[in-house]
Design a protein around this ligand. Structure first.
Ligand code: ZN
Length: 490
């Protein structure tokens, strides 16, 4: 199939046609979680965004190697290379080995990603399993003259690097501005400049996560692992690097600097960034009390939640926004997503049982083209679903005998929904749970509403009023709108 996929490249600040370096191979690297806490909404969004990309690239026929790391060492509490290691701190609080924390939350992350129906990456490397490679890259950067040692730590020399390569390409930050905007913080005086960052940190005696090195016992800086593991598994130059927008600076900027300083040229062709999740318009944060884990969402056990939301409701909800837009979670929005998803799956049930005719009253090929155009346009899943819902209207109309479809078109339509809903968007039917019985209800309601439309068309108002009144008695109100009928439970 001809590839027309365009990707918004953060580095170029525009959409570009995706051209892999070595087709049919594609290398995709995505920054994974720091495993020191329960996975939350902020993990679901990149998990699902890059899963759709992975699925679509494979659908297009590419052989994709998808690498997503597990950060299990070196991620300090502050971006300024100060504070505790997040994992070591959690281990101390819970009186566990750091690797027990890592294992526990890695398992939890995997469970939730599976619930969300994401495909496992091809390789999931751990930072702690690549200490030797990280030391080797530090040595390379020192040898190339872009790092310096101070009291057992090694820092990246941003100013020196900036003289030859431009630092700040990705984020648009300029070293001169950084210079005037950052002030010297306590305990950082060993850096030449406050925006220099640690490649290797000396381990203080109380620091438990430590490894021997040429520079004494220490641990790697957080940014280093991604430069090392991406190039180790995907080659010095590879296609796509993804991650959350919150990682753009300093994490990804530092990754570019490290790889360029070590290799002599940039590694990544396309940088992709998914936007953030807000809750009722507010940034999500532990201190704000609006921090919702995926476990809490799936079980409904959180004071802000009016009900439980199934993993597919969450997945569908996330895909109803473009990945570069902010996404605001609220009960209302999630309930609307749940309803929409049920409507989609009821139509798929109807689709399986449609009767065919001599003629089609709908252009299936045009719908298919629109769906491909949407996904090719920088993974525009909200537009994709808008088109799929146009198809839903048609499916329901065929079921009500208001429109018709030929056998060949029906086969095409079934394949279209199978490809876009299941294979590419990665949704699945959650039978056996509450959503499934809601699906059934939607299906029954569609049948009743279609019977009512039929009766009205035949001027059999006695029957159409009877359907409305009986539904009303059982607590279901029907509203007639220009587009058709809607129903609501009282
Ligand atoms: Zn990373």
């Amino acid at each position: 199939m001809e590839n027309k996929l365009t990707i918004y490249n953060t580095l170029k600040r525009k959409k570009e046609l995706f051209k892999p370096l070595n087709p049919p191979n594609v290398g995709l690297y995505v920054c994974g979680p720091t495993v020191y806490g329960e996975p939350h909404l902020g993990h679901a969004r990149p998990g699902i965004t890059y899963d759709v990309l992975f699925r679509y690239l494979k659908y297009l026929g590419y052989k994709v190697r998808y690498v997503r790391n597990i950060t299990d060492v070196g991620h300090l509490e502050s971006d300024a290379d100060t504070g505790d290691d997040k994992i070591a701190k959690k281990a101390r609080l819970e009186e566990l080995e750091p690797m027990e924390i890592v294992q526990f939350y890695t398992n939890s992350y995997h469970d939730k990603m599976r619930d969300l129906n994401t495909v496992s990456p091809s390789i999931e490397p751990h930072a702690s399993g690549h200490i030797i490679e990280q030391q080797a890259m530090v040595k390379k950067i020192i040898d190339n003259g872009y790092a310096y040692a101070k009291n057992g730590s090694i820092y990246f020399d941003v100013e020196k690097y900036n003289q030859k390569f431009k630092y700040g390409k990705l984020s648009g930050r300029v070293v001169e501005d950084l210079q005037s905007n950052t002030r010297e913080l306590d305990g950082q005086s060993e850096k030449k400049n406050p925006f220099d960052f640690a490649l290797w940190k000396k381990a203080e005696p109380e620091h438990i996560m430590r490894w021997p090195s040429d520079w004494g016992d220490g641990f790697p800086g957080w940014h280093l692992e991604c430069s090392v593991m991406s190039t180790k598994y995907l080659g010095e130059k590879f296609d796509i690097h993804g991650g959350g927008m919150d990682l753009l600076f300093p994490h990804h900027e530092c990754e570019i600097a490290q790889s360029t300083a070590a290799i002599g040229e940039e590694s990544v062709q396309y940088w992709m960034h998914n936007n953030m999740v807000t809750i009722d318009g507010q940034k999500m944060g532990k201190s704000l009390g609006n921090f919702i884990t995926l476990d809490e969402l799936f079980s409904g056990k959180h004071k802000l939640l009016e009900q439980a939301y199934s993993p597919m409701t969450i997945r569908f909800f996330i895909l109803q926004a473009h990945y570069r837009s902010t996404l605001d979670f609220s009960n209302k929005a999630l309930q609307a997503a749940e309803k929409g998803l049920n409507r989609l799956f009821s139509a798929l049930n109807v689709l399986d049982k449609l009767k065919t005719s001599e003629k089609s009253s709908f252009d299936i090929q045009a719908l298919k083209q629109k769906c491909f155009d949407a996904v090719n346009d920088d993974l525009n899943t909200p537009i994709l679903f808008a088109h799929l819902f146009d198809g839903v209207k048609f499916i329901n109309s065929v079921a009500a005998d208001n429109e018709s479809i030929t056998e060949a078109d029906l086969d095409d339509l079934k394949k279209l929904y199978n490809d876009f809903v299941f294979e590419i968007a990665g949704l699945k039917n959650e039978s056996g749970n509450a959503a499934a019985s809601d699906n059934k209800l939607d299906e029954v309601m569609d049948i009743l509403l279609n019977m009512r439309i039929e009766a009205k068309k035949n001027k059999d108002f006695a029957t159409s009023d009877k359907i409305r009144d009986l539904l009303n008695q059982s607590g279901i109100t029907i509203k007639d709108t220009k587009e058709g009928s809607e129903w609501e439970m009282k």
